[in-house]
Design a protein around this ligand. Sequence first.
Ligand SMILES: OC[C@H]1NNC[C@@H](O)[C@@H]1O
Length: 445
Amino acid sequence: MANFPKDFLFGVATSSYQIEGAVNEDGRTPSIWDTFSKIKGKTYNGDTGDIACDHYHRYKEDIGILKEIGVKAYRFSIAWPRIYPEKGKFNQKGMDFYKKLIDELLKNNIKPVATIYHWDLPQWAGDLGGWLNRDSIYWYSEYSQKLFKEIGDVVPMWITHNEPWCASILSYGIGEHAPGHKDYREALIAAHHILLSHGEAVKIFRDMNIKESQIGITLNLTPAYPATEKEEDYLAAKYADGFSNRWFLDPIFKGKYPVDMIELYKKEIGEFDFIKNEDLGIISQPIDFLGINFYSRSIVKYDENSLIKGEAVEGPGKKTDMGWEISPESLYDLLKRIDKEYTNMPIYITENGAAFKDIVNKDEVHDQERIEYVKEHLKYAIKFIEDGGNLKGYFLWSLLDNFEWAYGYSKRFGIVYVDFETQKRILKDSAIWYKEVINKNLIDN
Ligand SMILES: OC[C@H]1NNC[C@@H](O)[C@@H]1O
């Protein structure tokens, strides 16, 4: 048996485009994901977020489920295209949805945790170059300042960005996510502007002196391990770590980009002329907490022909339905590394969870694999806390089965099953199990 600290924050997480639907309602205009998901071949089965979990209309029912599970906090994201459907034009109706959502959470004694940006960039911004345009910093500043003004006093935890790596590298470099570009120089420019917009929002937040509220950022971090004891594989792991992790951790916590990666990238992308002198000072504004999204690790072997001199090899562990190796001990390694090399400020695991092929049988879903996945990761979370680690909370991804980006609705991450034909919600065994963990504040072995 392993106990959590008495004030440990148990939550679940979702994001706007993945669950809300209602894409043309109350003034919302398209995001880059509305556009991208309608391009043939970009998403599994041509799936889109047009309806998703219809959360926009069913948010009270879903908050009732949060209450039933007993979560202390709910991490959601705000759809920028609802708030600013056109450049410079605020949409009160869009804001009113989030005010109602937050009121309902507070009425049920659930702490709202708001992510300002979880990838649904308004298409009007996309048309102006999106994150490639340095003006994106000002669009984002106007957006975040308005949110702080409208709901700053009722949202105790703000997350500026979800997974800048995905919003830049995966979206502008690898091309798997909207807008689907495949240009690594663009990817690093986008990453820089996203990080800069983060720093500007933190400055605005501090200047507004919002009481009883904290601000941080969420990074998806993937510990990298060498495939063998060969020196070249250790080098490959170092570059993989720079590619996934240090490119974002270093600017935020050390006020500089990692030199080894700059040297590596320079050959491919030329000069870093998009970085202005004052930028790193803005990016490294002190924050109140770090959000970490952890799913798995990477194992790499040296590959001379790849940009980052390495290629992934399959790990020996069991896999989730995403094909990701289940490696809970890597979460512990990651947390210890962050604590040792970057910061001992409060850390929240803002996403952790797994997709498995869930089967409904007489309104029940027996997802024991998901229970085991979460249990093992929580055990390593407790181990870190027992070592003195400053881990303050855990948000399970996700509350509901939802739109899993390029995978559409083919991957189910929810602890609540969603029948997308009927929008019926069914609590999986994992939801019942999580309810018990929260209630007892411990993990049974
Ligand atoms: O892939 C699972 C999750 N990972 N982090 C970002 C979320 O939007 C994803 O659904």
